[in-house]
Design a protein around this ligand. Structure first.
Ligand SMILES: [Zn+2]
Length: 277
């Protein structure tokens, strides 16, 4: 009997030791799903003090620089014309870049000007070939035929396909409603789907309406400049002499007040108006 008891107690004892060892081992084993990071890898030393995340004061230097970012995108619509070269002269002497939304009206007479603008680092963007609201806003096909026409013209001059666009009248225009209900909504959707980038503006020099003096254009523009992105609407058709005259002072004001200049490209944050049709 004694021997049997001894054997049983040895077996039981061994069994208990094995269970104890298994249990204590099990504590350190984590079941890890594929792709999951074991907790012990994430924080192997839970006893060590965990570093406090950076407090806002410590990142002060980076936050205001984002907020105080003041960028100007000068944009000129409806050119080229004889004034475009004068604008390019000003931009060159001021070392400033701009974006030209060109149309087809007299582009054949100013191919050198368009090429010059491109070579001097400006953005050549597409506005319209005909700029004829009635035609382009009557049917989707008309709009895209017209767009392809100006796109091809520009390609033949600069050897590059421009994908930056501004709709005649802007995307908020209501005149298109007269010709085709909902056409701007459809056009802008198709542009977005086809790797085109359309831009409106958020600063209006006012030079589209009537004959403004250079001082009025200057005032309209600088009084609406703001933090962040300023896309300024201007025109370089042959009739806009006062725009050219206002330009040097606008650039001077901008430089003195900490603005920098950039051209629109497809990485530029889009400025879109509310679509009304
Ligand atoms: Zn226009």
């Amino acid at each position: 009997m004694d021997n049997k008891l001894k054997i049983i107690s040895i077996i039981l004892g061994t069994f208990l030791i094995i269970i104890f060892v298994m249990l204590s081992l099990n504590k350190n084993v984590e079941i890890v799903e594929v792709g999951e990071i074991p907790k012990s890898f994430v924080n192997p030393n839970t006893d060590l003090p965990i570093k406090e995340p950076k407090k806002p004061e410590q990142t002060k230097n980076t936050i205001p620089s984002i907020v105080s970012d003041k960028t100007i995108y000068l944009t000129f619509d409806d050119g080229p014309s004889y004034l475009t070269n004068q604008i390019l002269d000003i931009l060159k002497s001021e070392n400033v870049v701009a974006t030209f939304f060109v149309i087809g009206r007299s582009i054949d007479n100013y191919t050198d000007t368009v090429k010059r603008a491109y070579d001097e680092g400006h953005q050549i963007a597409l506005h319209s070939f005909s700029h004829d609201y009635k035609y382009i806003y009557s049917a989707d096909e008309n709009y895209f035929d017209d767009l392809n026409k100006i796109k091809t013209k520009v390609y033949n001059i600069i050897g590059n396909n421009s994908r930056i666009i501004r709709l005649p009248g802007g995307s908020s225009n209501t005149v298109s409603k007269k010709y085709n209900e909902g056409i701007v909504t459809r056009i802008t959707n198709k542009l977005n789907e086809n790797d085109y980038y359309y831009f409106d503006w958020n600063v209006d020099s006012g030079d589209a309406s009537g004959k403004l003096t250079k001082d009025q254009i200057y005032h309209n523009t600088v009084s609406t400049l703001h933090q962040g992105q300023n896309i300024i609407l201007m025109h370089d058709t042959g009739a806009k002499k006062t725009t050219v005259e206002a330009l040097p002072n606008i650039i001077k004001y901008a430089k003195e007040n900490g603005y920098t200049f950039a051209k629109i490209n497809k990485n530029t944050r889009t400025t879109h108006h509310h679509i009304n049709n």
